[in-house]
Design a protein around this ligand. Structure first.
Ligand SMILES: [Zn+2]
Length: 189
């Protein structure tokens, strides 16, 4: 079965966000390195247009997400989170966001989105330089890492940084351990 066939089956031939059956197409939920069913979403032209044009968001259209965000499909959860985030100023989307629990790996995928980063504050290093996923950085002071029970020393290199949903913090690897650090304690390299 091709990805498109499998997707139509999963989606039951309906938009996976608003259940419309009109002008359906596949949307690859970014970031995409390889096309896959897991990263595909079947959407109608109305949803697709609003996804691709944030300035054309009609928030009432997205009331459907109060139901759809409970989907078992990670791609649906990710897009529900991202779309609610875009319109959270309306009040009710913010309440839904508070209820929407995402598994760690799904949350990572959800926040890894240029549009979301543009809405949220960028995560900055000690010099005010914005972090991006995959960056490395140097510790600018000693910090005791409570959860890991060791001290990250000044001058140590933190690798493979990823952004978190807290704009003041990043995650990165030190000595094979994944730790969370304040962006301002680091200098991007
Ligand atoms: Zn739709």
């Amino acid at each position: 079965m091709s990805i498109d066939q499998a997707l139509l089956k999963r989606a039951d031939n309906k938009c996976e966000l608003c259940s419309s059956q009109e002008a359906l197409s596949t949307y690859d939920v970014p970031p995409i390195t390889l096309k896959s069913l897991d990263k595909s979403l079947l959407v109608c032209s109305n949803c697709l247009n609003q996804i691709e044009n944030p300035d054309q968001m009609v928030s009432s259209h997205w009331r459907c997400l109060s139901d759809r965000m409970w989907s078992q499909t990670a791609a649906v959860q990710v897009m529900s989170w991202r779309l609610l985030k875009r319109i959270k100023g309306e009040g009710w989307p913010e309440e839904l966001l508070e209820m929407l629990y995402l598994e760690d790996d799904v949350k990572k995928w959800a926040v890894d989105d240029a549009m979301i980063r543009a809405i949220d504050e960028p995560t900055l290093d000690i010099n005010g330089v914005a972090f991006a996923a995959g960056d490395s950085a140097i510790m600018t002071k000693d910090i005791f890492i409570t959860g890991a029970n060791f001290t990250a020393k000044r001058g140590a290199v933190i690798k493979n940084i990823s952004l978190t949903d807290n704009s003041r913090q990043i995650e990165g690897n030190l000595n094979g351990t994944r730790i969370v650090l304040g962006g301002r304690t680091l200098k991007k390299v």
